[in-house]
Design a protein around this ligand. Structure first.
Ligand SMILES: [Mg+2]
Length: 239
């Protein structure tokens, strides 16, 4: 981790900053947490603890990631599958509809930007090339970007199905950036930090308090260009 004593400025040359959206620019996973809690309430399991039910939901999510991808619809399908597995009541259409409605209410959640995001993006965009780089359901992500009020600060927007090394190499090529002058900024070790470092980019890790369990892993190579910050506005100290 870079400490303030080793503070380095990357302002001299124009950098390309790829920036994650969910739980980096705005709150996202808290809506899923809240909804999973509502699901656990509805399931009302007689023996399994809340945490045990949550583990089953996680298991289903992990198993379906490759085929179903990310986003509210996939998540809702996973809740329905978890319900089928765990329900102690007879499974009828009414119950399945209820679980469907519990999951899909995430689409109605307001976009709430994290602290200082709007001002920081505005400032950064005067010196650097900002690219919004997110994964998930394209329509859902696009709708959130539209509603966020910060779209205008980005030169490009790229929505992919998975943020792996290939996706990073591809986005750098698409926006015409130079890897040595490109950074990924995000909250997920699995999707934002490790694959970006593996693709030869710098990485700025800004942990989020409620990051989705599936996105958490060891940061494998903090020897490249790597910064860890407490919050988004601290980007202005470096860029
Ligand atoms: Mg994220």
């Amino acid at each position: 981790m870079m400490k303030s004593g080793t503070l380095r400025s990357y302002r001299i040359e124009r950098q390309t900053l790829l920036i994650d959206a969910d739980d980096t620019l705005w709150h996202n996973n808290i809506h899923f947490e809240r909804t999973t809690n509502a699901f656990i309430d509805y399931l009302g399991h007689s023996r399994l603890s809340r945490d045990e039910v949550r583990q089953v939901v996680n298991e289903v999510e992990r198993a379906n990631l490759k085929t179903n991808g990310y986003g509210t619809e996939s998540y809702t399908a996973n809740l329905i599958e978890a319900y089928r597995r765990l329900s102690e009541r007879e499974i009828d259409q009414r119950a399945l509809d209820e679980v469907f409605n519990i999951g899909m209410q995430i689409l109605d959640a307001e976009i709430e930007l994290l602290h200082g995001v709007s001002e920081t993006l505005e400032d950064l965009s005067t010196r650097h090339e900002l690219v919004l780089f997110t994964k998930g359901n394209p329509n859902e992500q696009r709708s959130k970007i539209e509603r966020s009020g910060v779209k205008q600060h980005f030169k490009h927007i790229d929505i992919v199905t998975e943020k792996d090394v290939t996706a990073y190499v591809e986005v750098v090529r698409t926006v015409g950036a130079i890897a040595d002058l490109t950074w990924m900024v995000g909250n997920s070790p699995r999707s934002d930090i490790n694959p970006a470092i593996d693709a030869g980019l710098g990485a700025v890790f800004i942990p989020y308090e409620f990051t989705w369990e599936i996105e958490i892993e060891e940061i494998s190579l903090p020897s490249g260009r790597f910064l860890q910050l407490d919050e988004f506005p601290q980007l202005l100290e470096y860029f």
